[in-house]
Design a protein around this ligand. Structure first.
Ligand code: GLT
Ligand code: MN
Ligand code: MN
Length: 392
């Protein structure tokens, strides 16, 4: 009997990636110790590779090389890591710097009030960029984990913005001078670990980028949990980045609004929000890596961590196949057609300003009452979405 092919089996073409800190997360939290063994980078690569279908593994400098490793230790770790990547045909698409764990960054890195700390943060990033480049990384993520305040008495937010820009401009030029070929991707977060983080939403970075020295080198890495923890609609933020040509990378996970920083498995909390995100990425042909920045529940043993990793990829694939069906669903599409009413004559007038268009528009007679009476059967549409997603 022929084997049935699993339609949801991921392949490297899906560009699913995991961070060393995600599958390798040992389950510690602010209230309790680790519940799983700490794995070496090579062991984490094995755990990811064993699931099959992943594209790559990302790291912070210190996920791979501990901050106080000797040169000999570093060389051995790199050797083992490289061998594991080869074993599983995994690559390193993205690298980043840990600018948040060490006590030196207790009050920020690029925005610290201390010029010595700011310089050290840039120096650490330069070395981390070198490390990522050794493994072929082409995306470089900046998550400002400690950039922010608890009390606004402590820092001037305008000065902080200028300091952040200065650091990025320096590093963009360094990227050029070393010919690393990185694309920088900024990741926003509203809070945790700081009380108030600078650049709290993706749009904050979209506004910063045009003010940089090398805006073409810079884009964003939005994370599902981050806008969501502030109660915002993540998909809308991603859409704005996409539309601006700035969606370089994306972090997929899940989060309940109003709770602690959960980093749950993608799609585990809000199925509907996950579906509309996958729909956006599919409809607009997002081609960058899809990084699962999440970790298994604290209760999970290593086998269950495998379910977490496989589940993350399967969920995406399942939602992607739903998108295709959604876009072909006759009832849904005919409703959408009804709702989107074209008017070629008026659109021609408003597309571009000209004195003639302005005059014609002012002379147009609009009936507010008639317009307001046009039906918008959104209840019908949203119920169809529910029934479609739940297979009724
Ligand atoms: C950290 C954070 C993530 C960032 C990582 C990159 S580290 O786990 O919670 O959102 O993407 O620095
Ligand atoms: Mn997160
Ligand atoms: Mn992230």
């Amino acid at each position: 009997m022929a084997k049935r092919i699993d339609p949801y089996m991921p392949t490297p073409a899906d560009k699913f990636t995991f961070g060393l800190w995600t599958v390798g997360n040992p389950g510690a939290d602010p209230f309790g110790k680790a519940t799983r063994a700490v794995l070496s980078p090579a062991e984490i690569v094995d755990a990811i590779g064993e699931q099959g279908g992943a594209y790559g593994v990302n790291f912070h400098d210190n996920d791979l090389i501990p901050i106080d490793a000797t040169p000999a230790e570093a060389a051995q770790i790199k050797k083992d890591f490289r061998a594991a990547l080869r074993r599983h045909k995994l690559r390193v698409p993205m690298a980043t710097t840990n600018l948040f764990s060490d006590p030196v960054f207790k009050d920020g890195a690029f925005t610290s009030n201390d010029a010595e700390v700011r310089a050290y943060a840039i120096h650490k990033t330069m070395n981390a960029m070198q490390l990522g480049a050794e493994f072929g990384a082409k995306f470089y993520v900046f998550w400002g984990g400690r950039e922010g305040t608890e009390s606004d008495a402590t820092k001037d937010p305008v000065v902080a913005t200028k300091r952040f820009r200065e650091a990025i401009d320096f590093l963009c030029d360094y990227n050029k001078s070393q010919k690393f070929g990185y694309k920088f991707a900024f990741e926003a977060k509203p809070n945790e670990p700081r009380g108030h983080m600078y650049f709290s939403v993706t749009g904050s970075y979209l506004a910063l980028i045009p003010t940089l020295k090398h805006p073409e080198m810079c884009g964003v890495n939005p994370e599902f949990a981050h806008e969501t923890m502030a109660g915002l609609n993540f998909t809308h933020h991603v859409a704005q980045a996409l539309e601006a040509g700035k969606l370089f990378h994306i972090d997929l996970n899940d989060q309940e609004i109003g709770r602690y920083d959960q980093d749950f498995r993608f799609g585990s909390v809000n199925y509907k929000a996950a579906f509309f995100l996958v729909k956006l990425l599919t409809d607009y042909k997002y081609k960058g890596p899809k990084h699962f920045d999440s970790h298994a529940y604290r209760q999970s043993d290593p086998k269950d961590v495998g379910h977490f990793a496989r589940g993350s990829m399967r969920t995406y694939k399942i939602l992607e196949s739903k998108v295709e069906k959604f876009n072909k669903n006759r009832k849904i599409q005919s409703l959408l057609n009804k709702i989107n009413r074209d008017n070629a004559k008026l659109s021609k007038l408003t597309r571009n300003f000209s004195k003639a268009n302005a005059k014609a528009l002012l002379a147009t007679d609009f009936s507010r009452e008639k317009m307001a009476k046009k039906s918008l059967p959104y209840e019908e549409l949203d119920q169809l979405v529910f029934e479609f997603l739940n297979g009724a």
